[in-house]
Design a protein around this ligand. Structure first.
Ligand SMILES: [Zn+2]
Length: 353
């Protein structure tokens, strides 16, 4: 096929360029960055040199303009050379805001954040990379599925990990984003797999028979909580299997509520939900024996429980799963055995996301 000589490494609109609505100048500028949408940013070579490893290398080796992607050409003796940039003005503006003493960029969308992060990495701009990563993490807290899909499309493992962790705050199985249409089945499976195994690790803290021993094994446990000494028959709980529970009903339902919440949103903060706490305290207040000590004791218990869940979830790593090794099972032991559906035990070659 004959080469299209009219094509350049990146497409540019025709016409004259215009100046950015503001400049990063001050002292006389010595270089102009011209963006793909033909906006000129007058800047200082020194600032670029100390902030961008890409430009530092280009300036030091005198290779600026050798590769076609950065062609430098002074229009006259009085005008600084122009460096065409493949990025648009919004992206370049954000990059420059990280290296000049001006307000930091306001980046509101996942698309923009990834465009800036990609450019920051390309030009080796440490401050811009750090700042944009923070923004990506904040966006992931709101739109984990979108951020995960964007990162997966670029095979950016760090951002995939950040988004996968943020997704623990959501019932991810019930969520949809348009970006899912373009995400590979494997990437989506690994996200769900991580979420599911975090849910298993978190709920196991409560479903295993040894859960309470784990709690009281904590060195800070040095009290006898209100619910261990209650003899009020009205406080008695009956389990799903008909057996009487050794703990008051209000405490049983408090744990059951946390268990169900963790199954959908498996992160430590879920167990600290103040609504679940308040509901338990209101129930405990109906018992004359539990009423006085419940608020303080439950608070202390909850702190230890959250720490346990944090430790358990933090140990979970994403895996690449061999489908032939999936074994389905139904939990049958523990307090909530059989109460919350089923899970998948996954085995296979371990790989961090
Ligand atoms: Zn009681």
């Amino acid at each position: 096929m004959p080469a299209d000589k009219s094509r350049t490494p990146f497409s540019r609109p025709r016409g004259h360029s215009r100046n950015a609505p503001y400049t990063f100048d001050g002292p006389p500028v010595d270089i102009i960055l011209r963006t793909a949408d033909l906006v000129d940013f007058p800047v200082h070579r020194t600032v670029l040199e100390v902030s961008c490893s890409h430009f530092q290398h280009k300036f030091n080796t005198g290779s600026l303009g050798e590769e076609g992607d950065v062609a430098v050409k002074a229009q006259s003796m009085r005008t600084p050379p122009v460096v065409p940039m493949p990025e648009d003005s919004k992206t370049v503006d954000a990059l420059l805001r990280y290296i000049y003493p001006v307000d930091p960029p306001v980046i509101r969308t996942v698309d923009d954040a990834f465009a800036v992060l990609r450019a920051a990495r390309k030009y080796g701009m440490t401050h811009a990379i750090k700042g944009t990563k923070t923004i990506v993490a904040e966006l992931a807290d709101k739109e984990p599925l979108r951020v995960y899909a964007f990162a997966a499309a670029r095979q950016w493992e760090e951002e995939m990990r950040v988004a996968a962790r943020a997704a623990l705050a959501f019932p991810i199985m019930e969520m949809y984003a348009d970006e899912l249409e373009g995400m590979s089945g494997g990437a989506y499976f690994r996200l769900l797999d991580y979420h599911r195994r975090c849910a298993k690790a978190a709920t196991n803290i409560l479903s295993e028979d040894t859960w309470f021993q784990n709690i009281i094994a904590d060195p800070t446990f040095n009290w006898e909580p209100a619910w261990t000494s209650c003899s009020n028959p009205k406080c008695e709980a009956v389990r799903e299997d008909g057996r009487k529970d050794t703990r008051p009903a209000w405490f049983h339902y408090y744990l059951l509520g946390i268990y169900q919440a963790l199954a959908a949103r498996p992160r430590p903060q879920t167990a600290a939900d103040p609504q679940l706490f308040q509901a338990a305290i209101m129930r405990a207040a109906e018992c004359g024996e539990c009423r006085a000590g419940a608020p303080t004791d439950l608070k202390q218990f909850n702190t230890l429980l959250v720490q346990q869940i944090d430790r358990a979830v933090s140990k979970v790593r994403a895996q690449r799963t061999n489908f032939h090794d999936i074994t389905h099972y139904l939990p049958t032991t523990g307090w909530f055995g059989g109460e919350i559906g089923h899970g998948c035990r996954l085995a296979g070659k371990q790989e961090r996301v």
